[in-house]
Design a protein around this ligand. Sequence first.
Ligand code: FES
Length: 145
Amino acid sequence: MQEVKEFKPNIVAFCCNWCSYAGADLAGSSRLSYPADVKIIRVPCSGRVNPMFILKAFEKGADGVIICGCHPGDCHYNTGNFYARRRMTLLYSMLDYMGIEKGRTRVEWVSAAEGAKFSNVMNKFCGDIKELGECVKLGDIRCKD
Ligand code: FES
């Protein structure tokens, strides 16, 4: 009898240095759990996330990509998160055109004091990606096992 493998999604989380990364840190030091499938990439600001980073993540095998930044009005660089939000709105329609479900990308605002929110957001996102299953649309077969 063949063993059924549990689907473990690859999730990439771009977290801004000033709020969300500190929120992830707080979640860790408060012993709040979030899935180990989440790979955090620290960026100076959510506005630093180029849409190409997201497409590249999908190409390299990510099943979901989330951008976390400071709450609107709290960005360390004043307007970075507004740019991120605007870019993502455009990217959603492009991803939709490419056949990548909208639920596979998300933008969330998590402050440095919101460790619990970070944990909840990651658990929810991971659950949603598990429901969607593996993302095969952009996958580069050279990156697969
Ligand atoms: Fe956090 Fe800009 S510094 S979103």
